[in-house]
Structure formats: structure tokens, C-alpha cells
Design a protein around this ligand. Structure first.
Ligand SMILES: N[C@@H](CCC(=O)N[C@@H](CS)C(=O)NCC(=O)O)C(=O)O
Length: 215
């Protein structure tokens, strides 16, 4: 039996796909093209009523959503893959920053990418994107200061939060700002991109070479 991952290039599904690759699980990717708003289709709403990616169908037939929950579920079901550290102290930090990125940063990308959803007029939508990008930068600086390992978040080494940081940090059109301001995030991302299990997945998504969708 196989996992089925609904996702799109450079999207949050990349983190989940890399976790599946780390585990060595069998999986199939079903593309939901965000450029053509395929997430709005009725057929996909049956998979995820919120009409967002990623969604994961498990080998036992459950449909799961929410990227952070998917990563934690994969750790739970494949503990041998070591996606989270064993030590309670390190594990707490991995969860802390996973949830920080999931709840404090990931939602800001919706405001950046779809400001019209949050704004009464087109004019205010443009200003809203600028505000979202400024909040984005401030919150990433908090993550940058917490990266304690070399190159990963934790001194104990790689964990699933690194996958999440690598993927989410590529968004919101911050390619010019990131290298100087988030050097640890950049080193962590380069390391994730080169891991034996994740490198083929990363290069298929090519998050660093794709033009930003909403420019
Ligand atoms: N809380 C959700 C957010 C998912 C999300 O916003 N996904 C984006 C792609 S990275 C999406 O599907 N956007 C399309 C849309 O909002 O219409 C999660 O963590 O899985």
C-alpha cells in the first residue's frame, strides 16, 4: 500500500514529500495545479474541503490535511526514520519551531499571495501585501536566531522541522532579502537540498529557480 500526496511544485507538499522520501515510503504524487486554481475544483474539495494543498491519503485509507500534522503523523507512524529527536529537550524545540512556522509564518503567505481575500478594495490589497512581507521578514528573523545546530535547527542534528523551514522560507518573494538576513536559514536549506533522500525531490520541485507565482 502506498501514500497518495496531493500537492504542487514548491508548495507545502514539498515538505511532506521530503519526509516520505526520508522514511523511504512508497508514495504517489497527485498534482493540484495552483496556477490554474485546480484546488478550487469540486473533485478536490472532496479530498480537502478547505481546498488547499497538501493532503495525504494514508495506506489505511485515511484522508489527512494540515502540513504540520502530516509531518507529525509520519513521524508517529515511522519512528525508525528519526524525523524527530528522541531527547525530550530537543524534541520540544523541534515542535516549538515547527508550530511557530506553521501558525505564525505559513498563514502570512496567504495574505501575500491572495491579498484580495483579506481586503475590501484592490488598492488596499496592494498595501496589504507589503505589510504581509514586512511581518514575514520579522518572524523569519526570530527563526534565524534560534538555529542552534550547524547547519540544522537543533544541535542534535536533522529533524522534520528543517524540512519545513527549508520549504516555507522560499516563499513571499524574499529571494533578494534572504541571503544577507537569514544566513543560517540559507545554510540549513542548502543542507536539506543535499540530503541523499531529499535531494531528488528538491531538484524536481526546484524551489530556488522557479519564478514567483504572484509577481
Ligand atoms: N494550514 C494549511 C495551509 C495550506 C496552504 O495554504 N497551502 C497553499 C499552498 S502552499 C494553498 O493550497 N494555497 C491555495 C489557496 O489558498 O487557494 C497547511 O499547513 O497545510
Amino acid at each position: 500500500m502506498t501514500y497518495i500526496l496531493y500537492g504542487n511544485r514548491r508548495s507545502g507538499s514539498l515538505a511532506v514529500e521530503m519526509a516520505l522520501a526520508e522514511i523511504g515510503a512508497d508514495y504517489e504524487v497527485r498534482e493540484i495545479d495552483l496556477d490554474t486554481e485546480a484546488q478550487r475544483n469540486e473533485a478536490y474539495a472532496e479530498v480537502n474541503p478547505q481546498r488547499k494543498v497538501p493532503a495525504l491519503l494514508t495506506p489505511s485509507g485515511e484522508t489527512l490535511t494540515e502540513s504540520a500534522a502530516l509531518l507529525l503523523t509520519l513521524d508517529d507512524r515511522h519512528p525508525e526514520a528519526g524525523l524527530l529527536p528522541k531527547g525530550a529537550t530537543e524534541r520540544a524545540q523541534a515542535l516549538r519551531w515547527l508550530l511557530f512556522v506553521a501558525t505564525e509564518i505559513y498563514p502570512v503567505v496567504e495574505i501575500n499571495d491572495y491579498p484580495e481575500r483579506f481586503s475590501p478594495t484592490e488598492e488596499t490589497a496592494i498595501g496589504l501585501r507589503d505589510v504581509a512581507q514586512s511581518i514575514w521578514r520579522k518572524r523569519w528573523l526570530l527563526v534565524e536566531n534560534e538555529i542552534a545546530g550547524e547547519p540544522y535547527l537543533l544541535r542534535s542534528g536533522f529533524c522534520l522541522t528543517d524540512l519545513y523551514i527549508a520549504v516555507v522560507s522560499r516563499w513571499a518573494q524574499q529571494d533578494a532579502w534572504r541571503p544577507e538576513n537569514l544566513p543560517r536559514v540559507e545554510r540549513l536549506t542548502a543542507a536539506v537540498a543535499e540530503r541523499p533522500a531529499t535531494a531528488p525531490v528538491w531538484s524536481r520541485h526546484r524551489p530556488e529557480t522557479t519564478p514567483n507565482r504572484f509577481d
